[in-house]
Design a protein around this ligand. Structure first.
Ligand code: CTP
Length: 401
């Protein structure tokens, strides 16, 4: 099933390296073409002979093959790979990758990667929790690398906590899903909106909402993971992981978001309207700062244009539109009404009554309703997992229509 897939496995000097031969066996058995790179320290934990025998290819250590005098091109390896996985990844190599310290073959290959990169950190509890490790992880995430979270459990030192490399069977599953899922949105253009909008009161104040944008960013990243060509229109948000191939358009107000959506919509096959667009804007924003006064003041608000209502006028027959509904009361009823009135194919219902769901939280719990009457109820999950569920529901809907 992985026939023709080129996978580079980078192994660094952690005790979990002893588990990698089993991962190679699983990958090769499924037809994958695997090349292994090791750091010098990794050789203390697993032998190159084992890895070469299982992968059926020589293992890379140096830019030069000392015996034959030939040059091992990290650039070629970077272009050859469909996926690179670095597992186990030590704090040391993680630091080098985060800061571009290319003093070994493994890091030069990483810096030459033209494909998605996955990192599976593995180290002792204290090292894992150290701010420098966490900071490096954040940096590597911000470059678009996929982090395979270290698992909690018993560590080689005898300590217990997060730091264990994910098990080889699970790593295999993640790689398999990556290749399997990446085909589904190939050739499709996906337009995603995310975050809040800010409506200007005066030069220093705005009317906004608590949307963090994480749900929209997770949807955009997940769509790329499945092979989609993604444009993300986002309101003002903090730092989120974003895949480097995503075309990002930053906007501030509801009007700017409407204009950007209008421009992009004709190119999209799928629209996912995850932004929390303001329903009202300030009627007459002030050009100078509103001065403090002791009496009551009134801000006049005028309604914004409903973007989905506008876009439905431009909707082509083969386009699929997905909206969100954020509700506190009569949730299902209201979501069904929005599905209909906004001419949506699917609507994702967030309930503000659910703990850990909705705005600001890293997790979400949603119910997906489709135009053809299907209801998919989800559990409380990370927004990344929820994004994956939403995309699966969209793909299933498209297939069945
Ligand atoms: N939406 C939009 N334009 C707006 C407001 C909302 O396109 N001006 C979109 C949102 O992105 C979301 C859907 O409409 O996909 C529903 O948004 P929601 O805030 O739940 O509902 P509203 O239509 O704003 O209605 P209400 O606030 O009364 O529930």
């Amino acid at each position: 099933m992985l026939k023709g897939k080129h996978i580079v496995l980078g192994i660094t000097g952690g005790i979990a390296a002893y588990k990698i031969p089993y991962l190679i066996r699983l990958l090769v058995r499924e037809g994958a073409d695997v090349r292994v790179i090791m750091t010098a320290a990794a050789r203390d934990f697993v032998t190159p002979l084992t890895l070469a025998t299982l992968s059926k290819h020589d293992v890379f250590f140096h830019p030069f093959n000392m015996e034959t005098g030939t040059w091992n091109s990290h650039v070629e390896l970077g272009q050859w790979a469909d996926l690179m996985l670095f597992a186990p990844l030590t704090a040391n190599t993680m630091g080098k990758m985060a800061h571009g310290i290319a003093d070994n073959f493994l890091v030069t290959a990483y810096l030459s990667a033209k494909c998605p990169v996955m990192l599976a950190p593995s180290m002792d509890l204290d090292m894992f929790q150290h701010p420098s490790t966490q900071k490096n992880l954040e940096i590597l995430k911000s470059f678009g690398n996929k982090i395979i979270d270290a698992q909690a459990g018993e560590l080689a030192s005898g300590l217990s906590g997060p730091g264990r490399m994910e098990e080889p069977e699970k790593l295999f599953e993640i790689i398999h899903d990556f290749f399997f899922q990446s085909q589904e949105l190939k050739g499709k253009k996906i337009l995603v909106t995310a975050g809040p909008t800010h409506e200007k009161i005066d030069p220093v104040r705005f009317l906004g909402n608590h949307s963090s944008g994480l749900m929209g960013f997770s949807l955009a990243n997940e769509a790329v993971n499945r092979g989609g060509n993604v444009t993300l229109i986002t309101g003002p948000v903090g730092n989120h992981e974003i895949h480097p191939t995503i075309k990002r358009i930053d906007v501030t107000s509801a009007t700017e978001m409407l204009q950007a959506c209008r421009k992009q919509i004709s190119k999209a096959d799928i629209l996912i309207m995850a932004a929390a667009v303001a329903d009202y804007t300030i009627k007459n924003p002030l050009s100078g700062k509103l001065k403090k006064r002791s009496d009551l003041i009134t801000l006049e608000l005028s309604p914004t244009t409903d973007i989905l209502h506008e876009l439905k006028k431009l909707k082509k027959e083969d386009q699929c539109f997905i909206g969100f509904a954020l509700e506190t009361d009569n949730e299902m009823e209201n979501a069904k009404e929005k599905l209909k009135s906004k001419s949506l194919d699917l609507i994702v219902l967030n309930s503000l009554n659910e703990k850990g769901a909705g705005f600001g939280a890293p997790t979400n719990k949603v119910t997906i309703l489709t135009k053809n009457g299907k209801t998919i109820k989800g559990n409380l999950k990370s927004k990344k997992e929820v994004a994956s569920d939403i995309l699966s529901a969209i793909l299933e809907y498209i297939k069945s229509n």
